[in-house]
Ligand binder design. Structure first.
Ligand SMILES: Cc1cc2nc3c(=O)[nH]c(=O)nc-3n(C[C@H](O)[C@H](O)[C@H](O)COP(=O)(O)O)c2cc1C
Length: 213
């Protein structure tokens, strides 16, 4: 084959598109979380707030890793987490919707497992800003890990979700990120899109990103 600039251009384009597709289709390994930075706790509490305007800037993978670890990462050798859960059920899974697709965060391996290879951010809420937030976290309870023992399971699951959400609020306050926790979700449509099992229930969503103007 004659090597013309056009052939060269097509070869490079093919390689770029191919590598993008491979990357988009496979799991994304996140870098280890950095646990030695951030503002002091009292300062983060002072700055915790809801912000609903987002810039379209993406979060670096390192920031995403730090965010997810703060939310519900493993912080002890026995596998316990940064947020408590009733009876240590650890029933909340965090799904991550970005412009690249929907992923399920595997806390043990610290990787993002691809679920849907398209941008579903707009579907994660009923308010317009959700499509511009870099990341929309979905807190999904897996009731197969929940044994109520006479207690109201939904109350406990709601409480467990709240702790994770507050961790995210404090991380965002510490990092100067915007965030809003949301009950406003079209749950049935989103659960169908996510192909959730009957025992999985979307509890809350939380948008995170750089603050907009
Ligand atoms: C359980 C829960 C559900 C919420 N749902 C929504 C929501 O769907 N949309 C929204 O814009 N804000 C939502 N919020 C954010 C609250 O409106 C916000 O926390 C409240 O106005 C107090 O503001 P602050 O967080 O800055 O203190 C929710 C907050 C909580 C705790």
């Amino acid at each position: 084959m004659k090597k013309t600039p056009t052939t060269f251009f097509f070869c490079i384009s093919f390689l770029l598109i191919f590598s993008f597709c491979v990357h988009a289709a496979g799991p994304i390994q996140l870098p280890p979380p950095q646990t030695d930075s951030g503002k002091p706790l009292m300062q983060a509490l002072k700055e915790r707030k809801t912000v609903r305007t987002f810039s379209d800037e993406k979060l670096p993978l390192q920031t995403l890793s730090n965010l997810l670890w703060a939310a519900f990462g493993i912080n002890r050798p026995d596998g316990r987490r940064t947020a408590p859960s009733a009876k240590n059920w650890q029933e909340i899974d965090i799904f991550v919707a970005t412009s690249e697709g929907l992923f399920r965060w595997d806390a043990g391996k610290n990787l993002l497992d691809p679920i849907i290879p398209k941008d579903v951010r707009a579907m994660t809420g009923t308010q317009a800003y959700v499509q511009s937030a870099a990341v929309n976290l979905l807190y999904v309870a897996d009731y197969s890990r929940v044994d109520g023992g006479g207690m109201d399971k939904d109350v406990l699951v709601g409480a467990d979700t709240g702790f994770i959400s507050q961790n995210v609020y404090l991380f965002c306050a510490s990092e100067g990120l915007a965030t809003v926790v949301r009950a406003g979700i079209n749950r049935d449509a989103l659960a169908r899109e996510m192909q959730l099992k009957p025992e999985q229930k979307i509890i809350l969503a939380q948008s995170v990103g750089y603050p907009g103007k």
